[in-house]
Design a protein around this ligand. Sequence first.
Ligand SMILES: *[C@@H]1O[C@H](CO)[C@@H](O)[C@H](O)[C@H]1NC(C)=O
Ligand SMILES: *[C@@H]1O[C@H](CO)[C@@H](O)[C@H](O)[C@H]1NC(C)=O
Ligand SMILES: *[C@@H]1O[C@H](CO)[C@@H](O)[C@H](O)[C@H]1NC(C)=O
Ligand SMILES: *[C@@H]1O[C@H](CO)[C@@H](O)[C@H](O)[C@H]1NC(C)=O
Ligand SMILES: *[C@@H]1O[C@H](CO)[C@@H](O)[C@H](O)[C@H]1NC(C)=O
Ligand SMILES: *[C@@H]1O[C@H](CO)[C@@H](O)[C@H](O)[C@H]1NC(C)=O
Ligand SMILES: *[C@@H]1O[C@H](CO)[C@@H](O)[C@H](O)[C@H]1NC(C)=O
Length: 790
Amino acid sequence: MKLTSLFPLLFLIPLLASCAEKKQVYIVYFGEHKGDKALHEIEEHHHSYLQSVKETEEEARASLLYSYKHSINGFAAELTPNEASRLEKLEEVVSVIESHPRKYETHTTRSWEFVGLDEEETDSDFPSQKYEVDDRFRVGRTFLRKAKHGDGIIVGVIDSGVWPESRSFSDKGMGPIPKSWKGICQTGVAFNSSHCNRKIIGARYYVKGYERAYGSFNVTANKDNLSPRDLDGHGSHTASTAVGRRVIGASALGGFAKGSASGGAPLARLAIYKACWAIPNEEKVGGNTCLEEDMLAAIDDAIADGVHVISISIGTSSPLPFSKDGIAIGALHAMKRNIVVVASAGNSGPKPGTLSNPAPWIITVGASTLDRAFVGGLVLGNGYTIKTESITALKMDKFAPLVYAANVVVPGIALNNTSQCLPNSLIPELVKGKVVLCLRGAGSRVGKGIEVKRAGGVGMILGNSLANGDQVTSDFHFVATALVTPAVVEKILNYIKTDKKPMAFIKPGETVYKHQPAPLVTVFSSRGPNVLDPNILKPDITAPGMNILAAWSGADAPTKMSIDTRVADYNIVSGTSMSCPHVSGAIALLKAIHPKWSSAAIRSALMTTAWMTNDEKKPIQDTNGLPASPFALGSGHFRPTKAADPGLVYDASYRSYLLYGCSVGLTNIDPTFKCPTKIPPGYNLNYPSIAIPNLNGTVIVKRIVTNVGSGNSTSTYLFNAKPPSGVSVKAVPNVLFFNRIGEKKGFQIVVKARKHKVMNATEKGQYQFGWFSWTDRDHVVRSPIAISLA
Ligand SMILES: *[C@@H]1O[C@H](CO)[C@@H](O)[C@H](O)[C@H]1NC(C)=O
Ligand SMILES: *[C@@H]1O[C@H](CO)[C@@H](O)[C@H](O)[C@H]1NC(C)=O
Ligand SMILES: *[C@@H]1O[C@H](CO)[C@@H](O)[C@H](O)[C@H]1NC(C)=O
Ligand SMILES: *[C@@H]1O[C@H](CO)[C@@H](O)[C@H](O)[C@H]1NC(C)=O
Ligand SMILES: *[C@@H]1O[C@H](CO)[C@@H](O)[C@H](O)[C@H]1NC(C)=O
Ligand SMILES: *[C@@H]1O[C@H](CO)[C@@H](O)[C@H](O)[C@H]1NC(C)=O
Ligand SMILES: *[C@@H]1O[C@H](CO)[C@@H](O)[C@H](O)[C@H]1NC(C)=O
């Protein structure tokens, strides 16, 4: 005891002395390249800055990690805080970004069909074909054909790499690689040039920042390959969700979600940028880590390689200012070249203000559920029967005796841990052939099933603690398993206590389709308001992110636990990481249909056509059963088929984002642009939604719409609104006439706080929600509104 507490004291003094000089990686960012230097001159130019703060030339050279040469002007280097602040003071430096690791966390057959994008079914096992094909799906097929299934479009995925052997990445029958492609296939451990094909047209990896943060790469400790190969699963899952080929008969362990797995744009091409790596000596369940400087290098290359869409399923729970956020900076440069950047909102919900990636030039995606559910069941000897969520297909053939873990543990287990089914805690003689009630709290969920199995048990009832609440989490367990809420735990404990021979039977999980209501917002999806700039409403949109089936890494277990030695080609996982690539795939299709649309136009089309109603024709609900607010749902659940023909779009140019940047401290990005002396308010960015915090009196919001309707005939759009409580919303003018395609019309939205409304403390600062729309014969162009009153 004494020794361990002494050590830190002994080391304290030398540590303190070196602390001020402790080096770490910073990104020194200059904005856009001026275009006055050849590629080889840029690195020398960056190097001259390093030399100005370093003692020797050698030291300067050794400190450089990346020189960003293509679009992003900047470099990443190891600097002391003092060196960093000296560089930050230089006029030409926009910002100095401190490197920090980001983690992604994860908590498809059905998902594309659910939004109306399935193809003709060829798989007789797929239950949905028994349902009548409604109009939604017919539109979907026409839409997919019109978009040539995404052929010609290149989607870049920044993630943990790819498992190239997956059937989802086969290039069978695909045409030649698009001529515009300028990327490479970078080889490495277990990844050679044959692993790229006409589907995976490019692959690269970025590890310099990771190595500075975690020490040089060590395969044993890192459980990763120094190559674009995905040993984690996350990267293969996201890539195949966006653009994976149609795979008949794909299913996860135990035949779950069996059917055809397909990405949204199955003929689009894939460019892999591996920038996320396993954390050394840590269970993979925690998620991989992705360093800012590695991701920025990936984005700079992706832009130069010629991708059309960049998909980033990586978030943070507390976003940094835009000028200090590598993803936001990289995305701004991508947007200038009309590349659409899609990113996940994060998994930190349902707490408000938890959303990541809130920059308005990024499409921020929340997560919803599908109409597919995995349903199992539990029956007790006294007849008590409930349905439970389950993705464990293991069967019990008959009723078995039921015991509570705390009554069958070896001596010496701490009192608070006796119910936990921790490793080696159960007595095999008392567990053999029985069902064990285990509680959550300490130890992993899957580990508890492994312990029950070790002790000879035949089933597990896994009970949520009060802290876990009522939402259960499905896993692939090792014994038949029923997941139950705290209230049900109480019932079962009471039954065990009062019955002489308690018995239980667990039904295997089964896939159930057309489960209503759907979609719902998931509990984990991060929520608005946008903490960086409440003048921009976020998230933008939601897409399926609950129990998504897609390709997995052949080197990782479906539960991501080292103790789990099972391997699955396909896996079911949940998270906004899964919803983000759904939108990326949809964008690949939209790009194929409308190659000239800007990134803002595509976003607008997706947002203004999104679904607000569920499959029961009621408002989409949040997990509390109430209608989901735009802070959970954004503009709604995406509806790609409708987005192809939105009628009007809210377009925005690169310069209008630079102007917006002036209002949030992101300045001097571009040598050709200076912020005006009078900076317009952030809510005047031409965005397809409106957010106004602390409204006091009247605010006039300016917007411009562009007619992208089909045909040359004139069209007339009428204004309609449902104002948030406590305000009035009017448009001037409230009718818009268009004579041709491409015509732009401006209008003003006058938002006025109702006078004399007496507010109590709770109402003040509380957000209220509404919407406005422009409607012609064929289109409803709808925008959500979020307003809080001062
Ligand atoms: C790449 O590796 C595979 C085995 O994974 C091998 O079959 C193939 O011949 C290799 N290709 C090249 C070009 O080395
Ligand atoms: C790699 O990591 C393992 C496990 O942590 C360690 O035993 C080994 O010495 C490391 N190898 C090198 C070359 O650092
Ligand atoms: C309970 O189990 C957890 C997880 O194994 C362990 O960290 C903790 O120390 C245990 N508690 C006690 C009081 O032993
Ligand atoms: C029991 O207490 C220990 C520490 O006192 C804690 O680590 C562990 O998580 C607790 N177990 C449960 C089930 O809460
Ligand atoms: C619209 O009008 C232009 C010029 O009058 C013509 O070139 C174009 O083909 C027309 N497009 C459609 C869809 O009618
Ligand atoms: C404030 O008003 C709201 C809505 O009218 C009401 O639900 C709430 O109870 C009130 N709070 C207080 C502190 O009076
Ligand atoms: C609202 O605006 C008025 C007039 O500009 C000002 O006097 C008042 O303090 C403001 N109220 C709040 C809550 O900001």
